[in-house]
Design a protein. Structure first.
Ligand code: SAH
Length: 412
């Protein structure tokens, strides 16, 4: 640490913690010894103290938060918009480069604030163009985020994580195996988007899906703020049709979501009846299918064109029979739906296998014939373990494996 102090009358020049003493007499020696000892004590005291109070990470603030903060600093509300644009649209983290802010404001920002983005410690490109980034959050926790460009390069979808690990224990998901540590902050969620936008360069980030590690509705407030940031014109300008939240079905939080957000909804269904879903997606024991579908209907109510996307992972011999496809048709007949069939992605330690291509085709034909818009999702990035359900990062598990985080996340 550098710390300068001016030359003292006693003849001590103290610079960067080094004391030079000029001596003229015995008394001078004693005085000098005293001053040196005070100076050394002071030096260690100052070393131990933080140089400034903890700085606020501006990446943690959405527009209302940023406005409140900047006004509290004695500046005008509109400065928040300038800052937001610099940070998110232009990717600038150095206040000195924010040239339309006054020098005084820049100086104050340097003292009190910072723009701290999670550190990318590994970038893994897949042979199919998918890119996975491993982000270091703090000493113990790493998360993963995945960029999925389409074959034209015009559509770039980012799969964003919302928690370190996951508490939900879905049987077919690798993230679940790791347990749960904590929710991501707003900065850690929007930081993934910030990083992808910078690394895409000229190419636009066109879509975000909250389908990475974690259950987004169990980290409600931070996820909503981050999704707001994604949609601001001053930030990433993504329309509500291009941001999708995927949930395994935290029903009370779905009702809350409708009050504060309007993004697209995807629901991880994976089974056409409660008995099987209880086993595959244990949160179903708390919020069974009928309650979940009622909440889905409510979420899209009022907009006749809207549909909920139901995700259904295809697991060999578990949920992929014709009978189960027909049961799914009956179940979803009263909810405006699209169905997204996902080939099961294997991971070490799982006994499940993916359904055969023929089985998936037959299953999807039953849905299509019944009138559902059905897509069979192509597996992307599986050579780098970046496909659905394969994200693991590094999680220091602190869960009691009891649907941790749901109470606070779901009901706020
Ligand atoms: N917790 C949220 C979002 C994370 S999982 C949710 O449950 O929706 C994102 C999607 O990947 C979900 O549909 C999930 O069920 C699916 N998924 C998880 N593990 C998978 C696997 N091994 N193979 C294929 N899809 C998987």
């Amino acid at each position: 640490m550098k710390r300068d102090c001016p030359e003292t009358a006693g003849g001590i020049r103290c610079q960067q913690g080094v004391a030079t003493v000029h001596l003229r007499s015995r008394a001078g020696y004693r005085r000098a010894a005293l001053i040196v000892s005070i100076s050394v004590t002071l030096h260690f005291f100052l070393e131990a103290m933080p140089t400034t109070a903890q700085k606020i990470n501006l990446l943690d603030l959405d527009l209302p938060d940023l406005e409140n903060w900047i006004v509290a600093q004695g500046y005008k509300r509109f400065h928040a918009r300038q800052l937001l644009k610099w940070i998110h649209k232009h990717g600038v983290t150095d206040f000195d480069r924010m040239t339309d802010l006054s020098k005084a404001l820049r100086a104050q920002l340097r003292e009190t604030a910072e723009v701290r983005v999670p550190e990318v410690i590994l970038e893994q490109p897949s042979s199919d163009g998918t890119r996975k980034w491993v982000l270091q959050l703090d000493g113990h926790n790493r998360i993963e985020t995945v960029l999925i460009p389409d074959h034209t390069g015009r559509r770039n979808t980012l799969c964003v994580s919302s928690q370190v690990g996951c508490a939900l224990e879905c049987r077919f998901c690798s993230t679940a195996r790791q347990g749960f540590n904590r929710n991501l902050s707003v900065a850690e969620i929007i930081g993934q988007v910030w990083i992808a936008a910078r690394r895409l360069g000229e190419r636009p980030l066109t879509n975000v899906v909250m389908m990475g590690m974690g259950e987004p509705l169990a980290n409600f407030d931070n996820v909503v703020k981050a999704m707001n940031l994604m949609q601001y014109e001053l930030a990433y300008s993504l329309s509500k049709h291009r941001v999708t939240l995927s949930t395994s079905g935290v029903v009370p939080a779905l009702y809350r979501l409708k009050e504060v957000s309007d993004v697209c909804l995807a629901v991880s269904l994976h089974a056409p009846d409660d008995a099987l879903r209880n086993e595959l997606v244990p949160i179903n024991r708390k919020y069974p299918i009928a309650e979940l579908l009622e909440a889905c209907r409510y979420y899209i109510e009022g907009d006749k064109r809207r549909k909920v996307t139901f995700e259904y992972v295809m697991i060999d011999g578990v949920n992929d029979s014709d009978q189960q496809a027909r049961a799914l048709v009956r179940l979803l007949s009263r909810v405006p739906s699209k169905i997204n069939l996902i080939p099961f992605n294997p991971f070490p330690g799982t006994d499940y296998r993916c359904s055969s291509p023929r089985r998936m085709e037959q299953f999807s034909q039953i849905l299509i014939k019944a009138g559902f818009v059905t897509t069979l999702r192509k597996t992307r990035g599986d050579d780098i373990d970046a496909a659905c359900g394969q994200l693991v990062g590094q999680v220091r598990d602190r869960s009691r494996r009891q649907l941790v985080g749901l109470k606070s996340g779901a009901r706020g």
